[in-house]
Design a binder for this molecule. Structure first.
Ligand SMILES: Cc1cc2nc3c(=O)[nH]c(=O)nc-3n(C[C@H](O)[C@H](O)[C@H](O)COP(=O)(O)OP(=O)(O)OC[C@H]3O[C@@H](n4cnc5c(N)ncnc54)[C@H](O)[C@@H]3O)c2cc1C
Ligand code: FES
Length: 529
């Protein structure tokens, strides 16, 4: 969720206004009730403490609670307030990068394990929904991967063969089975979709029934390993546990420098109303670069059932793109070209995905840390399944059960086909953005209009200056608190984003996403004048 937006506020606006979105707020928060979850205000202990209440943390907590382990989940904001609240929730075993690339990085055996684990994750979600009777619009459906132009027909053929080798149920179709302007495609069976926040609310209820405890508004500031792990919060409470799982999307305890093995991307989504029943329910993807991802969600708006076509795409590396406004417009243009009957664009939002160097997540023991400290990160755009795989894999590691996916997802792994190129590229990018000679975007603060932000130079200092809607200026150092790159303004979400490893900050410098651990240094706004 974009910082500061309230789920209740958005839910009210959906019934009042024809134009139903609150800028930047995802569909999911507008169509679900925010659960009431307390903050932690004393020292407590449990078998396992999980930091982060997104799909990874909540699934891990739930599956461990089912093993009879006592669990505590801590989230600095609210369950689902991170990327799980911003997702489009395609639940799929069709990996974004494709199985040809997966084979290059992980070999034929690795590709089969990737397919097997994502397929198992879909089944795991389905079985949790049934067992816990979670009303979250879960349904199985087909997925269509389109290769529209002539040049991509070889690619379709190769992808089809690789997906079959990996063990997926896939068919080649000469033409889309629907009357859309798409060409040949691959059809994958047994995919799924759901409402992610309703699912997490159901998991929270189940965790509570299993005597687990979930705390919102509880920011973790310190994790000290050892026989008993001590997890310190901003409010000075301490959780003691035999193991900790850091499921903060980007780990807040990154001693193994995982940030050098993954790259953050911003990705954009619109939700457009279409006449009910005119577009068949399915998952749709194309093979453009960056690709588009599409699904439907039935909602009630203006007093009646409506279909919302959710179109995502326009990805770019965090902090490294111009023209964010144009991205939503381009998504709408693309949607109108391919799908009939698109009417009002009712939602637009964006979020962050962590693309790992070899297309699969990092799940397991935290490198260079105590053996009872675990992490999950590197979702690679498939975080709903990767988060669920994390739940199953970390449960097995913690209870001491064998799991065939341990090596594939090991955060300390080396993937020779990916590592060198990736590390070189990462160093080059950081080098380009780390210098302090980045040109100032404006020369005076007067040029910064309400709702805008810009980097500005004063002597040897570089400031990140923004003006809020009321006209007040906020100034902080533009030097990222992680490793010193210069942040840039994200005009859609009104955040400062770091181009090097994707840390993000509020207009007044508070930390939103790691790997940075602290805020941008605050400076008096008069220093920037
Ligand atoms: C626009 C978009 C579309 C996507 N579409 C898909 C899709 O269709 N299918 C798919 O599989 N994946 C998709 N993804 C990816 C997927 O949604 C995410 O990878 C996944 O939801 C991440 O889950 P998580 O639990 O790892 O992290 P999050 O959901 O981000 O949870 C991390 C939690 O940690 C908390 N936290 C952070 N720091 C602290 C701290 N210091 N103390 C306490 N708590 C802390 C945060 O508040 C947050 O709630 C999409 C992502 C985006 C942004
Ligand atoms: S320097 Fe690493 S995130 Fe900013």
């Amino acid at each position: 969720m974009t910082h500061g937006s309230s789920r209740r506020h958005v839910a009210r606006s959906i019934s009042q206004s024809l134009f139903i979105y609150k800028e930047g707020a995802p569909l999911w928060s507008a169509t679900s009730k925010e659960p009431s979850i307390p903050a932690l205000d004393k020292n407590i202990s449990a078998d396992i403490c999980i930091v982060g209440a997104g799909i990874a943390g909540m699934t891990t907590a739930y599956l461990l609670a089912r093993e009879g382990r006592s669990v505590i989940v801590l989230d600095k904001t609210q369950i689902g307030s991170g990327e799980t609240g911003h997702t489009t929730a395609h639940i799929s075993n069709v990996i974004d990068a494709g199985y040809c690339e997966i084979e290059v990085f992980h070999g034929a055996k690795g590709a089969r394990l990737v397919a097997q684990s994502h397929t198992a994750a879909i089944a795991q979600i389905e079985s949790i929904v049934a067992k816990e009777k979670i009303d979250c619009d879960f349904e199985r459906l087909a997925g269509y991967l389109f290769f529209p132009d002539e040049d991509s027909q070889n690619k379709l053929q190769e992808e089809w063969k690789a997906a079959k080798r990996a063990g997926l149920q896939v068919r080649k179709l000469k033409q889309s089975p629907f009357d859309f302007k798409f060409g040949p495609c691959l059809r994958f069976s047994q995919q799924a979709q759901f409402h992610p926040l309703k699912y997490l609310t159901g998991l929270a209820r189940a965790i509570k029934r299993l005597d687990g405890r979930v705390f919102a508004g509880t920011e973790v500031k310190e994790i000290k390993g050892g026989k008993t792990v001590k997890i310190g919060t901003k409010g000075h409470s301490i959780v003691s546990a035999s193991a900790v799982v850091v499921a903060t999307n980007t780990p807040i305890n990154d001693w193994g420098k995982i940030y050098t093995k993954q790259e953050p991307y911003r990705t954009y989504v619109i939700g457009a109303l279409v006449p009910v029943g005119t577009i068949p329910k399915a998952l749709y993807w194309d093979s453009e670069d960056p690709f588009h991802y599409v699904r439907l969600q039935r909602i009630r708006a203006h007093g009646k059932a409506q279909d919302l076509l959710i179109i995502g795409g326009e990805d770019h590396k965090t902090g490294q793109a111009e023209g964010i406004e144009g991205r939503f417009a381009r998504l709408a243009t693309w949607g109108r070209k391919h799908f009939p009957g698109i009417k009002e664009v009712a939602f637009r939002w964006s979020g962050q995905v962590m693309e790992s160097m070899d297309d699969v997540a990092f799940i397991g023991r935290n490198p260079k840390d105590d053996p009872n400290v675990y992490i999950v990160t590197g979702d690679s755009g498939a975080g709903i399944t990767h988060g669920t795989i994390a739940g199953m894999l970390l449960r097995d590691l913690i209870v001491g059960r064998d799991n065939p996916w341990v090596t594939l997802y090991d955060p300390a792994r080396k993937t020779p086909a990916a590592t060198d190129t990736f590390a070189r590229e990462n160093r080059k990018v950081a080098g380009e953005y780390a210098h302090w000679l980045t040109p100032g975007e404006v020369s005076t603060v007067e040029e910064i209009k309400p709702g805008m932000g810009a980097v500005i130079h004063r002597g040897s200092s570089t400031f990140a200056v923004s003006r809020d809607d009321e006209g007040s200026l906020h100034a902080c150092s533009a030097v990222c608190s992680h490793l010193g790159c210069i942040v840039s303004w994200n005009s859609t979400e009104h955040t400062w984003d770091c181009p090097c490893h994707g840390s993000r900050f509020t207009p007044d410098g508070k930390l939103l996403n790691g790997p940075a651990l602290g805020p941008l240094e605050k400076v008096p706004s008069k220093s920037a004048k």
